[in-house]
Design a protein around this ligand. Structure first.
Ligand SMILES: *[C@@H]1O[C@H](CO)[C@@H](O)[C@H](O)[C@H]1NC(C)=O
Ligand SMILES: *[C@@H]1O[C@H](CO)[C@@H](O)[C@H](O)[C@H]1NC(C)=O
Ligand SMILES: *[C@@H]1O[C@H](CO)[C@@H](O)[C@H](O)[C@H]1NC(C)=O
Length: 209
């Protein structure tokens, strides 16, 4: 039986509500009307970008991240890393130069939120030779939110791109790497999903949408 337009419209609304519930701390960029004529993921996500983990297999999904609002380099056309390690820094808050400098250098630093500003973490990671920074708050109280990373207005400059990863994803990545006794995951950043429909995205199953 053919679906009535009302039904389709209702499912779209439900879908959009569902998506928005995952991004409570921010406004949702979805445009409900355009979803019907094949809206691309890019239009729905409103400036967020994606990276994918290609190894280990347990983490092989596509992850949405939110670029820092007003500091750091942009994730523009000249920024692209392929098959590069995503390395959790040690100590984990990244507020001082990493003990695992050799692993961080030339790769993407994974840093936990806390103890110092987002920008300070990025300045330190850049000095350690990181190509980009991904920050996540693995504290349970904010695991479902995107947090806007804003400038702390210090005079330092950040010249590498930085983005925020939802806590639930950050936690799963860390836990899985720990379980596998691995110091890093291999990622592609960004992945271009401009023409990938939202429902075809390879979202991590633990997000539940
Ligand atoms: C991308 O951003 C970097 C850092 O700001 C800049 O040097 C580069 O020219 C930009 N590339 C493009 C294609 O806009
Ligand atoms: C930084 O400065 C801007 C503009 O003056 C202000 O809106 C913002 O709240 C400041 N941020 C912090 C963390 O102090
Ligand atoms: C993604 O790919 C499309 C088509 O290949 C291109 O037009 C678009 O500029 C790309 N977007 C980004 C962010 O690279």
């Amino acid at each position: 039986m053919k679906k009535q337009p009302e039904d389709i419209f209702r499912s779209i609304i439900l879908y959009v509500l569902n998506v928005c519930s995952c991004v409570v701390l921010t406004h949702c960029g979805a445009n409900t009307l355009h979803l019907m004529d094949g809206t691309s993921t890019a239009e729905v996500i409103n400036g967020d970008i994606f990276f994918e983990i290609v190894d280990p297999a347990e983490l092989e999904y596509t992850y949405r991240i939110r670029p820092a609002k007003d500091f750091g380099a942009p994730f523009n056309e000249s920024f692209h890393v392929k098959n590069v390690p995503l390395v959790p820094v040690s100590p984990r808050y990244g507020c001082k130069p990493p003990d695992n400098l050799d692993d961080v250098e030339g790769n993407v630093a994974f840093i936990e939120r806390g103890e110092c500003s987002f920008k300070t973490k990025c300045v330190i990671a850049e000095k350690a030779g990181a190509k980009a920074v991904i920050i996540s708050d693995i504290d349970h109280s904010s695991e479902d939110y995107f947090i806007e990373m804003i400038d702390d207005n210090s005079s330092e400059e950040v010249n590498i791109p930085a983005a925020y990863l939802m806590g639930k994803n950050g936690l799963m990545i860390l836990k899985t790497l720990e379980k596998l006794k691995r110091n890093y995951a291999i990622i592609n950043l960004p992945v271009n999903l401009t023409f990938t429909p939202v429902h075809k995205m390879n979202q991590p199953p633990w997000l539940g949408w």
